[in-house]
Ligand binder design. Structure first.
Ligand code: GUN
Ligand code: FE
Length: 428
């Protein structure tokens, strides 16, 4: 049996085309959308109907880059740039996840917040600790959200307590974790996660490539976020033509059968762009983090012009909000500053383009996800914007714009993932 939702629909058909349909029916069977209809076809009259009246119904949002263990210190430590921030705040916090009780508490808080947020799909970094990472996966599975979770690889340039004792140890523990988690869940799957080049030895990278190929897994990491980091990578990898090439030389920059996502991409050069484009690697644009850590402004317009896959990320705790609605408005704001201050060649993103990035742009990393078209997996948010009142009559497109700029989680009254409505009871 399927379900029918009634309401006002908005989604991106393409990056340049927002489709809005008033008072219509979304028909869904199993995980998939059958279609959007102005009048409900007879065939589906028996399906149970959820009538959401004048609410907006939009696709679920995709967070292509978030660190679960950093949620506990979000909003703190915003006074440093990346490398000092990692050493001063991030690594000490992540080292706490060796304690399973701490992980249980902190990942409980994170998962509840993600469940209440607008996110329906996420690429998530955990830490290197296997028990805590499995616990996070169990919690995410129960939440109903679809996620890819990474046990983080790091074996150099980090505190002893967070350093895998050898590349061999990283390989073996990551392999064991993949085998335990690969078929354990319906919605939660492992993703190969070398933290970034500075913390990963060549041997660790070779081991991770072996695992990626053996299990056909996707890959997530960081690329070209901060000037000091980029200089450090060129010292660490003198034979690489660029930062992206430092991943490419290990076969970890786009692989057959499973996608790769790289967070930030603020300082990519032409060679990096070429590899991103050629290998279909996704850019996870994280504007709030790039502002907080004074990293810079990613040239998203350039990536779009070059046909590079692009989505949005919160990068908590570089970013302090999980909201991908917030990431959309921040992406527009950052692109305006890029255009004004850096290059008039790259015009600002429109709000509809940013909406596309947070839905279909990131959604395609997960398959047919992010739009309301037949055959797509049905992830949706029902938003009651009546509590963002105005005296003006608004079109659906204008209502969506106000939701993106002015809404918070409290306006989401229902959330569907793969055709199922999530319960909003907190997990005990
Ligand atoms: N680069 C390597 N690790 C991190 C991290 O935890 N956050 C961010 N923003 N960049 C990184
Ligand atoms: Fe990050």
């Amino acid at each position: 049996m399927g379900i029918v939702l009634k309401g006002n629909v908005c989604y991106s058909q393409t990056i340049n085309k927002l489709r809005t349909v008033e008072n219509c029916y979304l028909v869904c069977e199993g995980k998939y959308l059958l279609g959007v209809f102005k009048t409900l076809p007879m065939l589906y009259k028996e399906f149970p109907l959820a009538d959401y009246g004048d609410c907006l119904i939009i696709p679920g949002l995709c967070d292509l880059h978030v660190h679960a263990p950093q949620f506990a210190f979000r909003g703190l430590g915003m006074d440093m740039e990346l490398l000092d921030w990692l050493n001063t705040y991030t690594f000490p916090e992540e080292s706490k996840y060796i304690e399973i009780d701490y992980a249980n508490k902190a990942y409980g808080i994170f998962t509840e917040a993600l469940k209440r947020s607008a996110t329906t799909r996420a690429c998530i970094f955990a830490t290197l600790h296997t028990p805590a990472t499995m616990l996070l996966m169990e919690k995410l599975e129960k939440s109903g959200i679809v996620s890819m979770v990474g046990k983080v690889g790091m074996d150099r340039n980090c505190p002893d307590i967070l350093r895998q004792v050898s590349a061999e140890a990283a390989y073996l523990s990551t392999k064991a974790w993949i085998e335990d988690s690969l078929d354990k869940f319906e919605r939660t799957t492992p993703i190969i996660t070398p933290r970034f080049i500075p913390t990963c030895s060549d041997e660790l990278m070779r081991g991770f490539k072996k695992l990626q190929a053996q299990y056909s897994l996707p890959v997530q990491s960081h690329l070209s976020e901060n000037i000091g980091e980029v200089e450090w990578v060129s010292e660490l990898c003198p034979s690489s033509a660029s930062y992206a090439d430092a991943y490419e030389q290990f076969g970890l920059f786009g692989s057959e059968g499973a996608p790769t996502v790289m967070a930030h991409c603020v300082y990519c050069n032409e060679k990096d762009d070429e590899l991103l484009q050629k290998n279909g690697v996704y850019v996870a644009h994280c504007p709030q983090s790039n502002i907080n850590l004074a990293s810079g402004i990613a040239p998203v317009r350039r990536y779009l012009k070059k046909g590079i896959n692009t989505g949005l990320g919160s990068d908590v705790a570089g970013g302090c909000h999980l909201s991908i609605l917030r990431a959309m408005s921040d992406a527009v704001g950052a692109s305006k500053l890029y255009w004004r201050l850096i290059s008039e060649e790259y015009e600002p993103l429109t709000l509809n383009e940013a909406f596309y990035l947070g839905t279909t742009g990131g959604g395609s990393f997960f398959g047919k996800v992010g739009k309301f078209e037949p055959g797509y997996e049905f992830d949706a948010l029902v938003i009651d914007d009546s509590t963002i009142p105005t005296t003006n009559p608004l079109t659906l497109e204008e209502r969506l714009a106000r939701v993106i700029y002015c809404s918070n989680d409290s306006h989401i009254i229902a959330k569907y993932v793969r055709g199922e409505k999530l319960n909003n009871e907190p997990d005990k």
